[in-house]
Design a protein around this ligand. Structure first.
Ligand SMILES: [Zn+2]
Length: 174
């Protein structure tokens, strides 16, 4: 088909604005300022850590341990790492036996969370020390009052999972 050099017929067509007018906002400055909300779609892959996130939905907690026998770090990394942070060699998966019980190493009472938090406030953000782990994992207490040294048990959002780290929560070991 031959290329056409003709200008497309747009007679009667007028280019028009199809967006939402920007809202003027007051600031400390004299200059004109507008609110410019953004909502980009962010595609994120869990990559080699997919097993960890799939596990949460099934009520399983998986960590990784270095497969290199010469590595100094023998403990379990949680959250898992695909490659050993100490020797950069591949890790192997380790499944924790349920119930997974740890203790609160430290905590923060969160009243005013950062942008984008998807759990209700206030809540206790807790750092959980788990036997056999070389890391102290962050999480949140789903009920009760946090105290240092308190025993907590891992819980999993197996019904209506949200497909991120919030599928793992902690509750007091009653
Ligand atoms: Zn290693």
């Amino acid at each position: 088909m031959a290329k056409s050099n003709k200008v497309p017929k747009i007679a009667g067509h007028k280019v028009h604005f199809i967006g939402v007018p920007s809202k003027l906002t007051r600031t400390a400055w004299k200059e004109m300022s507008i609110e410019w909300p953004r909502s980009p779609l962010h595609l994120h892959t869990f990559g080699k850590l997919t097993k960890f996130f799939e596990g949460l939905k099934k009520g399983e907690l998986w960590g990784t341990r270095c497969a290199n026998p010469k590595c100094d770090e023998k403990g379990i990394w949680l959250p898992p790492r695909a490659d050993c942070p100490d020797c950069n060699q591949p890790m192997k998966w380790v499944k924790f036996k349920n119930p997974v019980i740890g203790e609160i190493f430290t905590y923060t009472y969160v009243e005013y969370p950062g942008e984008g938090i998807e759990i209700s406030t206030p809540y206790y953000q807790i750092d959980v020390k788990i036997p056999g782990c070389c890391t102290i994992m962050k999480g949140y207490l789903v009920r009760g009052k946090a105290e240092i040294g308190m025993k907590v048990k891992a819980g999993f959002r197996t019904e209506n999972p949200v497909n991120n780290i919030l599928d793992l929560y902690w509750e007091p070991l009653d």
